[in-house]
Design a protein around this ligand. Structure first.
Ligand code: FAD
Ligand code: UQ1
Length: 412
């Protein structure tokens, strides 16, 4: 069996941000990245792709181009973990051994949990920005829409980028207004949760926008089924007076955010906690049972909201602590729960939520109130951060904006 100093499982945002620096520090072929996909996606761009503000091509890069030069790319999936033996087994049956393991396998989108969704996605007005296969359909269906009932959903499960299900609603509403079909259109948002956004500072502003733009927000209402023949969506009501009943509504346009959860192969492994996520310490990112295992990003148990922005901060902590294990030359670093969600509210404005998922307190970079809609933060998110991602983050040299926050002396 082949053997590596470090095996990284997953070459997405989290895996590459770790593997690039580690392979620089540890030398040629000391680090292996197990990643089955030929294509690497910058998923945060999909909000812009789904609204026609960026092209799909701008969101992708060949994996071969972003894979760190000194890392060994193993183009396969991990099937099982055996942390007692320090090995992983690949789908092709091969076993690989490691001294240190980093799990960065992302979150699993469970399309099949909504009845009829897999077969209706991308057809007759049903779409989702959460898939490379359907994100361009969102733009197509928004532009073709001639009025009627437009529904946007958010599930009750944890998801990546908790703001994305509503960002596309704001962008669609603006387009329909400009196209002159808004007055014939009823827009409804359904979330399985009890709030529009977890942090009140931003939720308050978002609710003002929804009110002003006549967007009807419904809580504890979780999409369960699509009936493509009658063009109806069926929701389970999870709270309030109608709890336990279902709600059936006609749609002409339906943007679905599918339920998500830990990847099956993580959930069924000895690495998972009771909820199925890789069970790591929230400060150090080290596994709670296996000391030579770390995890970060969407597949981890870290109790903060799952974003690329969070990974920038996590990655710096993980690399420090793992290299500390190897070289014994540095202090333990701790992750503060930083995460960010650029809430696009139109084609020229955005609310830049930045906060700690650990304290629930804002951790804003800039010395102005980021809960107000601005063009500057829109431009930053659409034009600057993608550059940062491709030039620095996948190369391991973007730790997030904490140093700018300290420089500007803004909040906390
Ligand atoms: P991923 O980047 O998804 O990578 C996981 C990798 O693991 C994949 O490459 C996959 O092929 C691989 N893998 C899976 N199974 C296996 C296996 N068995 N073996 C080996 N490899 C495997 N974040 C922000 O910060 N800001 C935003 O504005 C934002 N907007 C978003 C909008 C949308 C529509 C979406 C979908 C996401 C958005 N995000 C945003 C979230 C962000 O994209 C994710 O949080 C981030 O990509 C997670 O990184 P990850 O490495 O954990 O997972
Ligand atoms: C960020 O660092 C990041 O990762 C590259 C994102 O992912 C797309 C983000 O959306 C945001 C907002 C940040 C935070 C960066 C700054 C400059 C505030």
């Amino acid at each position: 069996a082949s053997s590596y100093k470090v095996v990284v499982v997953g070459g997405g945002t989290a895996g590459l941000s770790v593997a690039s620096s580690l392979s620089e520090s540890l030398g040629n072929k000391a680090v292996a990245v197990v990643e089955p996909s030929d294509v690497h996606y910058y998923q945060p761009l999909w909000t812009f792709v789904g609204s026609g503000l960026k092209t799909f091509d701008e969101s992708k890069m060949a994996t071969s181009e972003v894979m760190p030069e000194k890392a060994q790319w193993i183009k396969d999936s991990v099937a099982t973990f055996d942390p007692k033996q320090n090995t992983v087994k690949l789908a092709n049956g091969e076993t690989i051994s490691y001294e240190y393991l980093v799990v960065a396998a992302g979150i699993q989108t469970n399309w099949g949990k909504i009845k009829n969704l897999p077969e209706t996605l991308g057809k007759n007005g049903v779409t989702s920005n959460y898939s490379a296969q359907s994100v361009q359909k969102t733009d197509e269906f928004i532009k073709a829409f001639k009025g009627g009932n437009a529904l946007f959903t958010m599930p009750s499960t944890p998801i990546k980028c908790a703001g994305a299900p509503q960002k596309i609603m704001y962008l669609a509403e603006e387009q329909w207004r400009k196209a002159g079909v808004r007055s014939q259109t009823d827009i409804k948002y359904f979330t399985g949760l009890g709030k529009i956004f977890a942090i009140d500072k931003y939720a308050k502003e978002l609710l003002k926008i929804c009110k002003a733009r006549d967007l009807d927000i419904n809580y504890f209402t979780d999409l369960a089924e699509i009936r493509p023949e009658s063009k109806e969506a069926v929701f389970n009501v999870l709270g309030g007076e109608a709890k336990g009943t279902t709600l059936t509504l006609p749609y002409d346009f339906l943007h679905v955010t599918p339920p998500m959860g830990p990847p099956d192969f993580v959930k069924s492994s000895p690495l998972s906690n009771a909820d199925g996520w890789v069970d790591v310490d929230k400060d150090t990112l080290r596994h709670n049972k296996f000391a030579n295992v770390y995890a970060l990003g969407d597949c981890s148990s870290l109790p903060t909201s799952k974003t690329a922005a969070a990974i920038a901060a996590q990655s710096a902590v993980l690399k420090n602590n793992l290299l500390g294990d190897i070289f014994g030359d540095r202090k333990v670093a701790k992750y503060d729960g930083y995460t960010s969600c650029p809430l696009v509210t139109g084609s020229d404005k955005l609310i830049l939520a930045e906060f700690s998922g650990y304290t629930g307190q804002p951790l804003e970079t800039f010395p102005f109130d980021q809960s107000k809609e601005r063009y500057s933060t829109y431009f930053l998110t659409k034009e600057i951060i993608p550059e940062i991602y491709w030039k620095y983050m996948v190369k391991g040299s973007w730790d997030g904006p904490a140093k700018f926050r300290k420089l500007f002396g803004a909040s906390a």
